[in-house]
Design a protein around this ligand. Structure first.
Ligand SMILES: Nc1ncnc2c1ncn2[C@@H]1O[C@H](COP(=O)(O)OP(=O)(O)OP(=O)(O)O)[C@@H](O)[C@H]1O
Ligand SMILES: [Mg+2]
Length: 351
């Protein structure tokens, strides 16, 4: 293969390339509280705080891609406006820069600063309440020590600062911190809300797609809107770069999400049923060589066995245990090939 043809330079329209450079998750991040879909409870309560400008410390929790970060960013923008926001809001989110020393220094220094004065113009347009907001995103990855160090800081500066802690697992936030905050639970988006968001984006981007594609994307992303939007954008890109295709098809989506082809999965299932150890070993070897991931296999085998009406409950029960066991071992770093082989052998013994 000659390198020259592979890296042929493409001429891009500068406007187009700029628009493309922005990931859609950012481009379509809700700008106002109004735009946040599905999280009605949180949005209603927070909107009320816009009128009174009185904000408690807050704790947002819930699964990934459900709008937590977007909500707090939208709220601060509506409270202060884009200018004042720069001096009034501190956002810490890198999971690594929040040991105890950072909490002591960065947070304390910011909390201690005088509250900057809003300009007359900002005052007219935004509520500009007289306190600062410190956002600690992904707070569940903070060490317990760092969280403890926050307790005092939160109390000492509560006159001039409000904290917003954001996490996926509320149980990883130490009790004394959690009890200082109003809690807002963000639920995984249900399909109708998520669907209308995807439809809106497809319309804005004038995408063409086969029927049922958006539903398939939502099915794969399981209530995680970020994952859904990213998948949609990747699929759109594939279609754009491929001259033969003019609409997003099921194949594109399945390929991108690493969904195992029906034929490959079916081969695996039949060989398991056959109980022939040599064939199982060979098929699993092929499966791994083709680059399919064991984790996807687990999910799809789960769907196949659990949703299969021809199998009895006792069988399903045993399969679930086997799947659960392999999943937990894979998560803790076990070898994919061995796990899949072990799982296949064990399921075949159930027949
Ligand atoms: N409720 C929602 N309404 C509208 N868009 C949403 C919503 N939830 C997620 N999105 C989309 O998904 C993207 C990611 O959302 P966001 O960053 O707010 O998720 P998160 O809840 O903070 O996730 P994580 O726990 O992974 O940090 C947003 O940019 C937006 O495009
Ligand atoms: Mg977030």
């Amino acid at each position: 293969m000659s390198g020259g043809t592979m890296f042929k330079k493409q001429k891009l329209n500068p406007n187009e390339s700029k628009a493309q450079a922005k990931p859609w998750v950012e481009k379509y991040r809700p700008k106002k509280l109004e735009d946040v879909a599905a999280q009605d409870h949180a949005v209603t309560v927070l909107k009320r705080t816009l009128q009174t400008a009185n904000l408690p410390h807050m704790l947002f929790y819930g699964p990934p891609g459900t709008g937590k970060t977007s909500t707090i960013l939208a709220l601060t923008k509506e409270l202060y406006g884009p200018e004042l926001m720069k001096s009034r809001v501190l956002e810490l989110n890198a999971s690594d820069e929040r040991g105890i020393s950072i909490v002591r220094e960065k947070v304390k220094n910011f909390a201690r600063l005088m509250v900057s004065k809003p300009s007359a113009e900002d005052l007219e347009k935004y509520p500009c309440p007289p306190y600062k907001i410190i956002i600690l995103d992904e707070a569940d990855s903070m060490t317990a020590d760092a969280q403890s160090a926050l307790r005092r800081t939160m109390e000492t500066y509560s006159g001039v600062t409000r904290f917003c802690l954001i996490c996926n697992y509320v149980t990883r936030i130490i009790d004394p911190l959690a009890s200082r905050c109003s809690k807002f639970r963000f639920k995984a988006l249900d399909s109708s809300n998520a669907l209308s968001r995807l439809q809106y984006i497809s319309q804005e981007e004038s995408l063409k797609y086969e029927e049922g594609i958006l539903e398939r994307i939502l099915d794969i992303s399981q209530g995680d809107l970020r994952k859904a939007i990213t998948l949609l954008q990747s699929a759109a890109k594939v279609v754009q770069q491929n001259d033969n295709a003019d609409a997003i098809t099921l194949t594109h989506v399945n390929e991108l999400s690493g969904t195992i082809h029906d034929k490959v999965l079916q081969d695996l299932i039949s060989v398991i049923e056959s109980k022939d150890l040599n064939s199982i070993m060979r098929t699993v070897q092929d499966f791994v060589n083709q680059g399919w991931s064991a984790a996807s296999a687990l999910t799809q085998l789960h769907d196949y066995y659990i949703k299969n009406d021809h199998l009895d409950t006792d069988f399903k029960n045993k399969v679930s245990w086997l799947l659960f066991d392999s999943d937990s071992k894979l998560t803790s770093g076990a070898n994919e090939h061995l796990q899949l082989l072990n799982l296949s052998m064990k399921i075949s013994q159930l027949y």
